[in-house]
Design a protein around this ligand. Structure first.
Ligand code: HEC
Length: 124
C-alpha cells in the first residue's frame, strides 16, 4: 500500500515537472537560430533562461518597441539590467537582421500583454 502511494506521488510530481519545463521551453525558429549563432548572441543569451545576459522572454516583458531593441543591440544600456555585466555593443549586426531579432524577441512576450495594451490604446 505504502509503496503504491509513493509511486503515485512520484508520477504526479514527474507529470507536473514535465508540464512546467515543457511550458518554459521556447522553440527558436531556424532563421533566428542562425542569426543568434552567427552574431554570437547565444554566447550570452538563451530564449528562456538567464545566462550572462537576460533571457529574451524577460527582455520581451519590458515591452520595448522593435526599433528600441535594435537601438539597444547597437548601444546597450546596462542600467536597464541591474545585477548583470554590461553587454558589448553589437554594431556588426546589419540593421535588417537586428530588426528580425527584435521582432522575434517581442514575439516572446506573454500573450495577454499585447492584447491588454491594444485594448487600452483603443479606449484612449
Ligand atoms: C558578451 C555577452 C553578450 C553578447 C555576445 C550579447 N549580449 Fe545581449 N546582453 C548581455 C548582457 C549582460 C545584457 C544585460 C546588460 C546590458 O543590457 O548591458 C544584455 C542585454 C540585451 C538586451 C536587452 C537590452 C535592454 O537594455 O533591455 C537585448 C535586446 C540583447 N542583449 C540582445 C542581444 C543580441 C541580439 C545579441 C547578438 C547580436 C546580444 N545581445 C549579444 C550580454 C550579451
Amino acid at each position: 500500500m505504502k509503496k503504491s502511494f509513493g509511486f503515485l506521488l512520484a508520477t504526479v510530481v514527474a507529470t507536473l515537472l514535465g508540464a512546467v519545463s515543457a511550458n518554459a521551453q521556447v522553440k527558436v525558429p531556424d532563421d533566428i537560430n542562425a542569426l543568434l549563432t552567427k552574431y554570437t548572441c547565444f554566447a550570452c543569451h538563451r530564449a528562456d533562461t538567464r545566462l550572462v545576459g537576460p533571457a529574451y522572454v524577460d527582455v520581451a516583458k519590458k515591452g520595448y518597441k522593435n526599433e528600441r531593441i535594435v537601438e539597444l543591440i547597437y548601444k546597450p544600456e546596462p542600467a536597464n539590467w541591474p545585477g548583470y555585466p554590461p553587454m558589448a555593443p553589437m554594431t556588426q549586426v546589419p540593421k535588417e537582421d537586428a530588426l528580425k531579432l527584435a521582432v522575434w524577441i517581442n514575439s516572446l512576450a506573454p500573450k495577454t500583454a499585447p492584447a491588454k495594451a491594444a485594448a487600452t490604446k483603443k479606449k484612449s
